[in-house]
Design a protein around this ligand. Structure first.
Ligand code: ZN
Length: 470
């Protein structure tokens, strides 16, 4: 009986686990790339010498990439049947062509060029990987890129995709173009953005640069299905469960999206004047690539908050939510005009319709302060759950408590301006009517009193005259 129970339990467990993996295994395919008995890997630390790379926030990319590359090297040489080379092991200048030629000279199976990112407006965050466009290297790059993205996601980083980019001469990025020209698959690993607050905690110390190197090595081991007696690991199963790719074609999702997202609409659901929160429904679609970020403006599009990760975005599954609800903190003392922008994988955006909120929000704290407090305190306007870019001219102005204007929090203002002015006009008419009625009433009563007084006087006069006659 006990044995029967055990067998049932094991059967159930097997069914349960196979159920979990079904969706993944049905898409999973083995490694497309073929390589010889001994694998040759070339690690290319980006930049070097005069070429500093990104130098934002005191970071020097050429130094970071060298530390990461050395850690990746130390890790990879522990795997069996692998030869590992580095294009540079010290701080020296190398052209992109020289890097590719070095890889060709050692008959490399793959070149991994390591980098750290920065964006023009310092607003982007997350990891991305650039791969060759042409088959069959596109398929190799895509399958490796998937393993790399998994490692970055596991570290907690946001994913910006496995992408290609074409220029006039073929692949846009030189190290990929030069390597492909010599029949070597090459990819650019952009680990994270050194100039963005959400990514900086991942790359502040040398230990963290080394951690990236270890992750890169792990992605390589899982892609090629390597094993290591020294480390006691075997990743041969991982190279059989890669995402579907074909050596003869270009993976659709890696093709650069040249157009902005197709639809972006916002709708005001609710406004809470107790807390100053506006609740919006956001709907957006891109027919070509996933939507990854959104940002919004509270001043009709003059300034925008830092981009926020699009809810439900999963680049490994190529999914994102079409519709979501978001809460926006309104600044005090202004009439916000909200516009939202949705960004796709190619960082192209579409602007939504705009929504004007005519009623100003004032927090209870501001309303309750005394004159003295109001003069001394500095207003803090956190216009967003992240950080909003507002210039000083857009800062809501605080009235001193004496002249503080407060609009009672009665109803949310979703009506259009015309409707509001119509109601104001009606109100004015009503007040005038009441006033006129009151004036008429008062004048009537005064007249009545005067008449009564005169009548009494006349009666008195008559009585007096009668008395005289007597
Ligand atoms: Zn770089």
């Amino acid at each position: 009986m006990k044995i029967f129970k055990k067998i049932t339990f094991i059967l159930c467990l097997t069914l349960f686990l196979s159920g979990i993996n079904t969706s993944f295994i049905s898409q999973a395919e083995p490694l497309v790339q073929n390589f010889g008995d001994e694998l040759v890997i070339v690690i290319d630390p980006g930049h070097g010498g005069e070429n500093l790379g990104t130098i934002e926030n005191g970071f020097e990319e050429k130094t970071m990439t060298l530390v990461t590359a050395k850690a990746m090297y130390e890790e990879l040489i522990q795997y069996d049947n692998v030869m590992v080379f580095m294009t540079r092991t010290d701080d020296k200048d190398l052209s992109l062509k020289e890097r590719a030629e070095f890889a060709a000279s050692v008959e490399a199976d793959f070149l991994f060029s390591l980098h750290y990112n920065a964006s023009e407006n310092h607003t982007h965050f997350g990891s991305e990987i650039w791969i060759p466009y042409g088959p069959p290297f596109n398929a190799y790059g895509y399958q490796f890129g998937y393993r790399f993205m998994e490692e970055m996601e596991d570290m907690g980083l946001f994913l910006r995709g496995i992408k290609t980019r074409l220029g006039d001469k073929g692949d846009y990025y030189g190290v990929i173009r030069e390597s492909v020209a010599l029949s070597i698959p090459a990819v650019i690993l952009e680990h994270c953005h050194v100039d963005e607050a959400r990514d900086i905690p991942y790359c502040e110390t040398e230990e963290e640069w080394k951690e990236f190197g270890k992750r890169d090595a792990l992605a390589v081991a899982k892609y090629f299905g390597l094993s290591s007696q020294a480390l006691g690991v075997d990743y041969s199963a991982e190279s059989l469960t890669l995402p579907s790719a074909n050596a003869a074609t270009v993976v659709q999702s890696t093709i650069r999206d040249e157009t902005s997202p197709d639809v972006c609409m916002i709708e005001l659901l609710d406004t809470n004047y107790e807390t100053g929160e506006a609740l919006l429904t956001v709907t957006a679609t891109d027919y070509d690539s996933p939507i990854i970020y959104y940002d919004y403006s509270l001043d009709g599009g003059e300034t925008y908050c830092a981009p926020i990760a699009w809810p439900g975005v999963d680049l490994l599954k190529e999914q994102y939510s079409d519709t979501f609800t978001c809460s926006i903190q309104l600044p005090e003392g202004v009439q916000p005009e909200i516009i939202l922008r949705a960004y796709n994988l190619a960082d192209l955006y579409i602007e939504s319709n705009s929504i004007s909120i005519l009623q100003e929000f004032w927090s209870k704290d501001t309303y309750g302060v005394t004159n003295k407090e109001a003069d001394n305190s500095v207003i803090e306007t956190e216009a967003d759950m992240t950080n909003v870019v507002t210039d000083s001219s857009n800062q809501p102005k605080r009235h001193s408590a004496g002249t503080l204007t407060f609009t009672p929090a009665m109803s949310e203002t979703t009506e259009t301006e015309e409707e509001v002015s119509f109601f104001a006009f009606l109100k004015l008419c009503l007040i005038i009517a009441v006033l006129v009625f009151f004036v008429v009433l008062v004048s009537q009563s005064i007249n009545y009193r005067r008449r009564r007084k005169r009548r009494r006087q006349r009666i008195k006069e008559l009585e007096n005259s009668r008395n005289h006659r007597r």
